[in-house]
Design a protein around this ligand. Structure first.
Ligand code: FRU
Length: 452
């Protein structure tokens, strides 16, 4: 966010609000020669409130320029909020399908239904009202928990998946089909059974890869690598368009860090962004007037039935060292690339100043990230030992040749190895800038890239 530099402390290349709150990325799309990212936004406070769609555009998915708010709540169907949704380009126009939210005066949710809006220039939107209403939701599901449509086109139809809760049950994903974006037909419940969590949010489907993504609210913790109370899963398989069922082959967790939720892919593409934050946590940047940001864009692949993610970011090399056993560097923003042969162990301290540091260690076949000793304390609702100690873990590939990529911004680190990712916010002192790396490997090259 170039225009924000120097004004207040802000992320450099992560989408965030100039003022106020943001959550999920919405309507990610390439339209009229630029990438557009919309996001859940409340401009009047650093806490969640009546949802608007904020809007930024980019040429390279790294540097973003702010545009005016695209959708305001207050119309038919979206009286109290324009919730998450997605975009598609059709007949030279940009169309967005999103959830309209209505509540009563006491703040109790009354309805969540799906609305349509369109834009000729990608900036100003005309609302077309409700297109998937309560009358188009089978009796077995709750119209007060029915949200986040993701639309795509295949075989001459529009399709969309929408998250819902079964009456007396938990989260489900429903498939709909349309010929014109206005009139939709219910096809099926893609799994036909409850998810482990309380509710599903933000489903997404990449047809060419057979990849289904979705958020799970309040899902039970599993082992040491799924500790977040809200998590995001991937499933590899195939959506059968005749039956409307997803035939699953494998599933896993999208991100191993503290702060990742509600991702979405760009329309018709395999590039994804998520919310680099988590519900039910304190957000120390509130004092600078903003809360929440989006992750880097990541390219998705399916490799041997597993999700594989790589960051869409390329800086300019500003420091390089070969035969590294240990190295000290100085930077708080940029990309670190550590290439190692037969890597046995590693310790990387970031944003270090005295005893204060964020730390990544490779030990006993896993990466352990520790943010307990860096800057301001972040607490959540998770009460397990790792969460209370500021720890998150990610499996190590154990490959002979390893490339570890660490992307650092003012308030975040995103760590990639062999397609797996661990993303977390951190709130260090502004002058904590030291980097210390120690490795035990046959060979190791350290490279730091800066981003202009
Ligand atoms: C996910 C979510 C969505 C909803 C939006 C509201 O983070 O809860 O399900 O549309 O946020 O802001």
């Amino acid at each position: 966010m170039k225009e924000m530099k120097g004004k207040l402390l802000r992320p450099n290349f992560h989408v965030h609000a100039e003022e106020g709150w943001i959550n999920d990325p919405n309507g990610l799309v390439y339209f009229n020669g630029r990438y557009h990212a919309f996001y859940q936004h409340y401009p009047n406070d650093v806490h969640w409130g009546p949802m608007h769609w904020g809007h930024v555009v980019s040429d390279d998915l790294v540097h973003w320029e702010r545009l005016p708010i695209a959708l305001y709540p207050g119309d038919e169907g979206d009286k109290n909020g324009c919730f998450s949704g997605s975009a598609i380009v059709w007949q030279d126009k940009l169309w967005v399908l999103y959830t309209g939210f209505t509540e009563n005066e006491g703040g109790e949710t009354i309805r969540q239904i799906q609305c349509l809006a369109s834009s000729q220039d990608g900036v100003h939107f005309e609302k077309h009202g409700i297109v998937i209403g309560e009358d188009n939701l089978p009796e077995a599901y709750c119209p007060w928990d029915f949200r986040d449509p993701k639309v795509w086109r295949k075989d001459g139809y529009f399709w969309c998946v929408v998250a819902v809760r079964a009456k007396g049950g938990r989260g489900r994903i429903l498939l709909y089909r349309s010929e014109d974006l206005f009139s939709w037909t219910f096809i099926n419940d893609v799994f036909g059974e409850d998810c482990p969590g309380m509710m599903i949010e933000c489903p997404d489907y990449l047809d060419e890869k057979g990849l289904l993504l979705f958020g799970e609210q309040f899902s039970p913790q599993e082992g040491k690598t799924h500790l977040n109370v809200h998590t995001t899963r991937w499933c590899v398989g195939a959506l059968n368009y005749q039956t409307g069922r997803f035939e699953e082959k494998n599933r896993g967790i999208v991100d191993y860090g503290f702060d990742f939720y509600a991702p979405q892919t760009f329309a018709g593409s395999d590039v994804m962004m998520g919310w680099l934050q988590m519900w039910d946590r304190n957000i120390p940047s509130e004092k600078y007037g903003f809360a929440g940001m989006l992750t880097l864009a990541r390219k998705l692949e399916v490799v041997r039935e597993e999700l594989h993610q790589t960051p869409v970011i390329q800086g300019e090399t500003v420091k390089e060292a070969v035969d590294v056993k240990s190295i000290v560097d100085d930077a708080k923003i940029g990309v670190l690339r550590i290439q190692a042969k037969n890597l046995r162990s590693l310790r990387l301290a970031l944003r270090k100043k005295g005893e204060s540091q964020a730390e990544l260690a490779l030990k006993d076949g896993e990466f352990i990230f520790d943010r307990s000793k860096v800057g301001e304390e972040i607490t959540g609702v998770e009460k397990d030992e790792d969460s209370l100690n500021g720890i998150r873990r990610m499996p190590f590939s154990g490959r002979e040749n390893v490339e570890l990529t660490v992307v650092m911004d003012e308030f975040s680190v995103e760590i990639f190895e062999n397609g797996k990712v661990l993303s977390s916010t951190i709130y260090p002192d502004q002058d904590a800038t030291e980097i210390c790396l120690t490795v035990d490997a046959q060979e190791c090259v350290y490279r730091r890239e800066s981003l202009k």
